[in-house]
Write a protein that binds this ligand. Structure first.
Ligand code: GLC
Length: 663
């Protein structure tokens, strides 16, 4: 219901907006001192700006369209207020008084950046909400946007439900499952007052030497589009353009725009050795589709990639950020730079800010130098190096995100938020993750054992030995982006280790023991060796071809198992489970084991593995990446002869030994 007063205000505002936008360059011209004879330039000064109270009547009124609320708020913002809306600082570098005094637009917690009070959900809720409350004490009361990396659940926080990493979800290849996961992740993020996650990653990794391979769903962009679209829709509650999100939804971020999986040698933040024309051709062949799918689902933010194309960093690439993303795809949300990424661009800091801003970056994740960045923006606008029009466009995009996510109506520390907090890491939430684990497993070998299939024969085992530390290590199960930025081995959070899950499943008919070093006693009739990678993230995970293998300790376990069996002179059933963020070199062991399972990085719910291995569930997963026999060939994996491929993209078996079809 619009009262007369607001209608009258609206007509004034719309007049101002029309004039303002029709001579968007007026200020630029005026600032640059050009002789602009455009008659509207003088009339801009004549338009009566709304008073703060008049503007608040509009921008605080959720009954009014988002665009009108943006225009009203923009019309009363000072240059400084606009500039500070365009920066995001890391929480360890932002105090409550900083928020009150500067009106900073956003704060993030980088990977593993927990409150100083501790890493429990309530620690996070208190920290996030004290910063949000401070923003409401500023002159305009523009709410604070708080962002985190909920890469596979609200993974920084102790006790969160931690899902399989994206590569495992790519093996599951189930859009409906992605929706279920999205709803749970959104609730466990909202539970601590956070409104925004820098996810999903839309990479389609071409080379598993890349340390972020596991953050990609698949080597094929069409798979990524199929999974990321529904995931973003679920995270954001299917929000429609210019509309408002429902409760329990969060702001998503399609990242990293674009081409990160194509760098030379899989180098993280490296260069894609293609000309702009060749890269545009690659985009048109499907690599842009995941972003189109997310924009079509109204993704509210996009993060450029650290990588460069032909030597030009994505963060300063106007063609990609403005012409392709904002104009061709019609993206109306905000582009947020990656963590201190603009510092990798060419020139002085002023030039980095100006070039990235003018290329299309709207919010700057300048973790420590956020205040310096805001002041640089002010200087650049005053010097005419950033136009008022570009600044207003950036701020409008940021405000659109804040309005559409109900931030202006958000009640801090609400009763509903605390209801969600009570469900943080709940059994119900973990059941969704357990289902995701089941669907993410890929059966790579199901050999013949005395006339029956290995996955049938294991049910008869009465003395099971699990070998290797990964059988009992939640940290290894979860991988990077868990509790700590790069993850950690050990009992790092609540969850079910693989050995516990298997024990619970078989304890009524079999004994279960753990051999950390692979030494076996004669009685074991089933050996389950669990090997793979230790946690890593980003550049820390970049590796050489020879690095694509089980960690050294696991290599020794594999050898010890063979030696023990030889010494014991028996012939137990042998199952190999791989816990890794990518295809690794297990070629020589495929022949030595009766069954081989790729579990990727399953997260906290190890029962998903026992459900399938010993329970009533079957394998349904298929490989989202081509697996080479010899990692020395990984750079050329797509031009290798079939004989050099260990397992093809799309390969997977079921318990009956049938090849599954990846649809
Ligand atoms: C990191 C990552 C990005 C993440 C951001 C904030 O460097 O590249 O994926 O969202 O910083 O943690």
């Amino acid at each position: 219901m619009k009262t007369y007063k607001s209608m009258k205000l609206l007509s004034m505002l719309l007049a101002a907006t029309l004039l303002f936008s029709s001579c968007g360059n007026a200020n630029e011209a005026a600032v640059s001192g050009e002789n602009n004879t455009d008659s509207t330039v003088e009339s801009v000064e004549e338009v009566k700006e709304l008073s703060l109270e008049e503007a608040k009547e509009i921008y605080l009124n959720k009954d009014l369209p988002v665009d009108e609320r943006i225009a009203a708020l923009l019309s009363v913002m000072t240059l400084e207020e606009k500039a500070f809306q365009c920066v995001q600082g890391e929480q360890a570098s932002v105090s409550v008084s900083d928020v009150k005094n500067t009106g900073i637009g956003s704060v993030l917690s980088g990977g593993g950046s927990a409150p100083t009070t501790g890493n429990n959900p309530t620690d996070w809720q208190n920290r996030v909400n004290e910063l949000k409350a401070a923003a409401l004490e500023t002159r305009l009361g523009i709410p604070l946007l708080y962002g985190i990396d909920a890469v596979h659940g609200n993974n920084n926080i102790y006790g969160a439900t931690v899902f399989p990493h994206n590569i495992g979800l790519g093996a599951a290849n189930d859009p409906e499952l992605m929706e279920e996961i999205g709803h749970v992740v959104a609730k466990e993020v909202r539970a601590v007052g956070v409104q925004y996650s820098f996810t999903p990653c839309l990479a389609n990794p071409q080379n598993e030497r890349w340390g972020r391979t596991y953050e990609g769903f698949s080597e094929k962009a069409e798979d990524v589009a199929k999974l990321a679209g529904p995931y973003v829709a679920a995270l954001q509650g299917n929000v429609k353009d210019n509309d408002y999100m429902p409760e329990d939804a969060i702001i998503a971020c399609a990242k990293h725009f674009i081409g990160e999986g194509y760098t030379e040698n899989g180098k993280n933040q490296g260069d894609v050795k293609m000309t702009p024309e060749e890269f545009d051709e690659l985009l048109s062949m499907g690599v842009l589709d995941p972003y189109k799918a997310c924009v079509d689902n109204n993704v509210l933010t996009v993060m450029p990639s650290y990588n460069s194309i032909n030597g030009l960093k994505c963060h300063e690439n106007h063609h990609l950020l403005t012409e392709v993303l904002k104009e061709q795809l019609g993206f109306k949300g905000m582009v947020i730079s990656d963590y201190n990424a603009i510092g990798q661009c060419k020139g002085t800091y002023d030039e980095q800010v100006a070039n990235c801003f003018n290329a299309g970056v709207d919010m700057f994740m300048e973790a420590q130098n956020w205040e310096g960045c805001a002041k640089t923006i002010v200087k650049l606008v005053n010097d005419g190096k950033i136009s008022e029009e570009r600044l207003n466009d950036a701020v409008s995009r940021i405000l659109r995100v804040k309005f559409m996510s109900n931030m202006f109506e958000e009640e801090i520390n609400s009763a509903h938020e605390n209801e969600l907090l009570a469900e943080f890491g709940s059994e119900a939430n973990r059941e969704v993750a357990r289902k995701a684990v089941r669907e993410s497993l890929v059966l790579l070998k199901n050999g013949d054992v005395n006339g029956s299939l290995a996955l049938d024969a294991i049910k008869e085992a009465t003395n099971i030995t699990l070998c290797g530390t990964a059988a009992y290590d939640i940290g290894r199960q979860c991988g990077g982006w868990t509790i700590a930025w790069e993850g950690r081995t050990g009992n790092i959070t609540k969850g079910t280790p693989i050995i516990q899950a298997i024990y619970d499943e078989v304890k009524d008919h079999a004994a279960v023991s753990h051999s950390v070093n692979g030494k076996l006693d004669k009685a074991s009739d089933l050996i389950i060796t669990v090997v793979g990678e230790n946690p890593y993230s980003e550049t820390g995970g970049d590796t050489t071809p020879t690095g694509l293998k089980p960690v050294s300790a696991d290599g020794r376990v594999l050898e010890a198992v063979e030696e023990s069996i030889a010494e014991n002179g028996n012939d137990p059933l042998k199952v190999l489970i791989v816990i890794a963020g990518r295809p690794i070199n297990i070629t020589e062991y495929v022949d030595k084991y009766d069954a081989v399972v790729m579990a990727f990085l399953p997260g906290t719910e190890g029962e998903g593995i026992s459900d399938v291995l010993f329970g009533d569930y079957d394998f349904t997963g298929t490989l989202p990446m081509t697996w080479v026999k010899d990692p020395e060939n990984v750079n050329d994996k797509f031009s290798l002869p079939e004989s050099e491929i260990l397992f093809s993209y799309g390969f997977g078996l079921n318990k009956a030994g049938e090849a599954l079809t990846r649809n």
